[in-house]
Ligand binder design. Sequence first.
Ligand code: PLP
Length: 445
Amino acid sequence: MVTSIQSVVGTERKVVTELPGPKSQELQERRRRVVSSGVTNGFTVYIERADGAILEDVDGNRLLDFGSGIAVTSVGHAVPELIEAVTQQVAAFTHTCFMVTPYESYLQVCEELAQLTPGDHDKRSALFNSGAEAVENAVKIARHATGRPAIVVFEHAYHGRTNLTMALTAKNMPYKDGFGPFAPEVYRVPMSYPFRDGHSGPDAAERAIRLMETQIGAENIAALLIEPIQGEGGFIVPAEGFLPALADWARSRDVVFIADEIQSGFGRTGKWFAVEHEGVVPDLVTTAKGLAGGMPLAAVTGRADLMNSVHEGGLGGTYGGNPVAAVAALASIHTMRERNLLARATHIGDIISERLRQLQAELPLVGEVRGRGAMMAVELVVPGSREPNASATKAAIKYCTDHGVIALSCGTYGNVIRLLPPLIITDEQLHDGLDVLSEALRQQS
Ligand SMILES: *Cc1c(COP(=O)(O)O)cnc(C)c1O
């Protein structure tokens, strides 16, 4: 059964109708009558099945996936080991609630997290359902452990859509507009954004530290919360030295350093966690997206003294660490090891960088190419300036989707195209998608 699922979908992009096709258009009509218009779609093709890096829609089109459902299906679609693990678990039991009667897979996930996250100190984890929930809990833990109220976040940050995580998120539209009032005691300081601020890492860190010391006071700060590479904010890679300087400062002031690795973690950048590129060891790490191969699972992992500072019963939730999601995480982690997907992420990054840098040399529209491993992006500008070019970004994305390549935009200014292919994508598939993206960018120039 497992192999038949595999063979249903081909390995090549193939567009057989206009996109979206007639069946997708019909479903989209139905959707309008029942689904809130507050939830939108990037691309209204309805998916029926998937395999590897290919999604097949209801009209029989095969689309090349450069988004992985926003950095989630890093191990690819229809991974046999994951199908097997999930199927067996569904048959065994689907839920008990870990807080009522526990099960082993929850422990195994926490054992893996203790192993994989940076640092060899004593660690504990707690499991949740979504990234936002993990971030909320990391903040709860940091506040409880320090007895301090303030949380420091950065410009361009994205941490989720719940009330607290909206407060932590920088961008107003569409995430926050009209949804306030927001949770208090959240302070925002400037990020290191080399393309736009020109500061060195240590200088950018110094600027942020001065603000924290003078305007908040370290003794009031529970945690500094940062995405080591910002995701929704524009795949912003801080200048070298920025993260280590902030981590050192946090340690010296007993401020909890929380790395939000929800998008950048789990092998995406060629290491298990993006902070490892600069040797930073966070106090707490939040994970979700790439953790469980498409099943909803999230975690907070970190220093045992912090994680155990909370009173008994202070953390939890009905579904957190659901057994089906937990075995999916174990299968996904195992697959990443077996198929050497970290090295694969680096290889994918090398191919993307080379191709995009050629384009940058050719097209003044391409302001910057950046990222690490299989978390790469291009920032588009008005030629001859650094003015963000959101309209060209939108048009280029449309060209890609019209041609069956699912690419996503991001960025505070909506002018970044991000590439997040599944790590099992083949070189041929990758080049095929990059050919389409190259043509899309040439057409905008
Ligand atoms: C997606 C994301 C979140 C929120 O995760 P959800 O599962 O959507 O709640 C938080 N932080 C970062 C860095 C993310 O990319």
